[in-house]
Design a protein around this ligand. Structure first.
Ligand code: PMP
Length: 396
């Protein structure tokens, strides 16, 4: 049998680094590769209690089908989170519950992008977004980032030359993979450009609440004057990723269209998981839990950057993120982090990271790597960075 795949499958290909990342799963390897939260901080006792309560409640509502756009109570609670985050007018009607924010990435592309339409992204950007967009067969136009996020002056030049641009995809807070945050001035510039060129903005914010210090910058959604920002949020990094609960907040037309794709994709997000998340929010203090996560990840970030300063050759640069889960390394030109991982980091230093090349939509750059500091223990951060540093000093 020879499957005659649809054309869209041409871009749906296994990741070039899948095989390398699989090697990183070996228990003898210290992994700075995944984007996992610290499992020791999962509120397991609280989740045990809420799952027990919803399953034993008379009537079995939590085990029943539910509305496709999500449980009304949970939509109201998410609207409450958005209100507390500067979106005063947000109500449950403005919220669509998703199977993780990843599902939102799939929907926005399916809703907006025809083959050959252009998606504008940061360069580099989140690999999972490129994977979600691929079946929609987009072309890409990319904007470099610096310490203040997407360089909006370059975005302006790019949009003037890109009549097929349909949407801008951005991770404004503690970006994956670089850890950088879009400045207030650039947030305003981005919205002004989206207005001028009549584009949809997809604002992806899974790390937004994991801020180590300072005050939140306004969401793009809160600066949106024309209903063109689709805001994606997620409980994955602030509660647990296994619940697979995220959300979209967008204007009614866009939200209704995404809701139709939700029916097509999976009818609804798991009632049990929505009910558990909702009861968790009723019974427990999410803000206090987030404060614990922020403190723990801030400590780990400091430990990783401190270890990098002590153990790495001077010429390697690491970003110092103000939040999130990652730091982004820049090696000297000509250094190939994929080769180094295959030949040295994995077999000799017993350390995994994500080679940076995979995060560039158009032109891979080999001299970068993404390191995660949330999942490994403080001890593993020290020993892993020391081992990587020794290997780099021998091979650079
Ligand atoms: N967007 C970004 C930038 C991410 O890093 C991730 C996952 N790490 C997601 C979206 C998807 O998250 P989830 O589906 O778990 O909400």
């Amino acid at each position: 049998m020879t499957p005659r795949y649809a054309q869209r499958m041409a871009q749906v290909q296994p990741s070039a680094i899948g095989e390398l990342l699989a090697l990183g799963a070996d228990p003898s390897i210290t992994s700075f590769g995944g984007g996992y939260p610290d499992a020791t901080l999962f509120p397991a006792g609280a989740l045990d209690a809420v799952f027990h309560e919803i399953i034993t409640a008379p009537g079995g509502a939590a085990m029943q089908y539910a509305p496709s756009n999500g449980l009304a109570r949970l939509r109201d609670q998410v609207a409450g989170l958005m209100q507390a985050d500067g979106l005063a007018a947000c109500t449950g009607d403005d919220v669509l519950i998703l199977q993780g924010s990843q599902q939102g990435l799939d929907f926005v592309a399916r809703m907006l992008v025809d083959p050959g339409d252009v998606i504008v992204t940061e360069d580099p950007t989140f690999l999972g977004a490129l994977i979600a967009f691929a079946p929609s067969q987009p072309d890409y136009a990319v904007v470099p980032v610096d310490a203040d996020g997407m360089q909006t002056d370059q975005l302006e030049t790019l949009l003037a030359a890109q009549p097929r641009a349909k949407m801008i995809y951005t991770i404004p807070d503690f970006q994956n993979p670089t850890g950088v945050t879009l400045s207030l001035e650039r947030r305003k510039a981005l919205i002004a450009l989206a207005n001028r060129y009549d584009l949809i903005v997809v604002e992806d914010t899974p790390y937004r609440h994991i801020r180590f210090a300072g005050l939140n910058l306004p969401t793009l959604k809160s600066l949106d004057t024309e209903g063109r920002v689709i805001h994606l949020g997620s409980f994955s990094k602030i509660l647990v990723p296994g619940l697979r609960i995220g959300w979209a907040v967008a204007n009614p037309d866009l939200l209704a269209r995404m809701g139709q794709l939700k029916v097509a994709a999976d009818t609804q997000t798991s009632t049990l998981n929505m009910a558990a998340a909702s009861l968790f929010l009723d019974r427990y203090d999410l803000t206090a839990h987030i404060a614990t996560l922020r403190a723990a990840y801030a400590t780990k970030k400091e430990a990783m950057l401190d270890a990098i300063r002590r153990h790495f050759p001077q010429e390697i640069h690491a970003t110092d993120p103000a939040g999130g889960l990652f730091t982004w390394l820049t090696f000297p030109q000509g250094f190939d982090t994929t080769e180094f991982m295959r030949n040295v980091a994995l077999p000799m230093a017993k350390v995994a990271y994500v080679p940076g090349a995979t995060f560039f939509p158009l032109t891979p750059r080999a001299n970068h790597a993404r390191l995660n500091f949330s999942a490994p223990s403080l001890a593993a951060i020290e020993t892993g960075i020391a081992a990587l540093g020794r290997a780099l000093k021998t091979h650079l």
